[in-house]
Design a protein around this ligand. Sequence first.
Ligand SMILES: [Zn+2]
Length: 436
Amino acid sequence: MMSTPFDQTQAIEIIQRARLPQWALPKEWPQHLGQPQLANVYIEHGKITRIDPQLGSTNLSLQGQSLDLEGALLLPSLVDAHTHLDKTLTLSRMGPVGPGLLNAIQAMMHDRATWSEEDVKNRASKALTMAWNAGVTHIRSHCDCWEPRQMPLAWRVLEELSQTWRERIRLERVALIPLTLFKNKEDALFLAQSVKASQERVAGAMLGGFIHTSNWDPEALENLLYAAQTHELDLDLHVDEELNPNALGLKFIAERVQTLSFTGRVVCGHTCALSQMSEDDSLKTLDQVAKSGITLVTLPITNLFLQDAQTQRTPRIRGMTLVKEARARGIPVLMASDNVQDPFCAMGSYDPLEAFSVGVPMGQLSPAFDTWSELLCRPEWIHSKISPPQYTPFGIGAQADLICFTKANTTGFPSQTHSRQIIHAGILSPTEGLTP
Ligand SMILES: [Zn+2]
């Protein structure tokens, strides 16, 4: 599929005839038979300098090394906006785990007693390698923090890995703290200060929390927001990961973010309860979310495993947050892996397209490539608002970190996406990406 001979050690200067998704192209981009025209992507010193439509069969005057995709699909490198590297890859050493969230938590607590720095580092490194091979360059991991006055050993390991992987993957870490630990304002400030200290050592640390009807405490949530605001931290929260239509987490956060003029980025993961509210309540909540600038993250695989889960009973309610209604309001929405091979989720591989393959039929997201693949490719939707990034995916000046799907097509996407050519800073990766 590519012009031969091709020297893989040399930088690519032109990617010819690439099919880019509609969401990434300007409105005036020419169309042909209802499809965007193929694109030629120009790269210099590892950065994108120009993207032009390939019009007619005009031959390019090629001076540098070119890669002809002959119409194959091209996406920017992927972001996996919500994972749990501290817990990951533990399921294989556990006995049977009962269904649902509470059984998973119990199994995890048991396993956690055996963790050492080496164990966490080995498992998390394996996960990062899987992500890198899939074409991920930005991953965010939550890390359970259960002690009021002490960060866990996994937090230190993730901080170290953020540093060692920084040339390949931007690894961000979120202190996932039960809401009860924010009950006391002093404790809340102490936790935020610990996260801030970590952020100052290695960028990419933020405050998180688990907001659920079972631990609902508006005062503690208020302290959490106050502590984050005081220490200028971004937030990434697990919110309303349940099917209770009376869950108040998202609504409360969206309103308080506005009244407090919260300066950091706020990301809310899961928000499954929206799917069980009345149409009116859910849409009113989303209107507030849109005004607040909150980013939502949907986690289809783990939701399917954990929501409406009971032994020997087929689940009826699937709990996907309202992605279409959110996007219609301009709310940034990302889709991510969440738990991978731990008691919360018995599958996963740090390939965001695996989550996408579940999310597309679950949410009936069509057209998957031209519209919805955006949910995997927008790291700036979780970037700090305090120092926003300069470049957007496929933007001029952006690093040429790209994935070519050599066997997939727009109609069947994300099927047949295992075969990938991964390009980092304009250099073709020596491997073929994932092998089926
Ligand atoms: Zn999670």
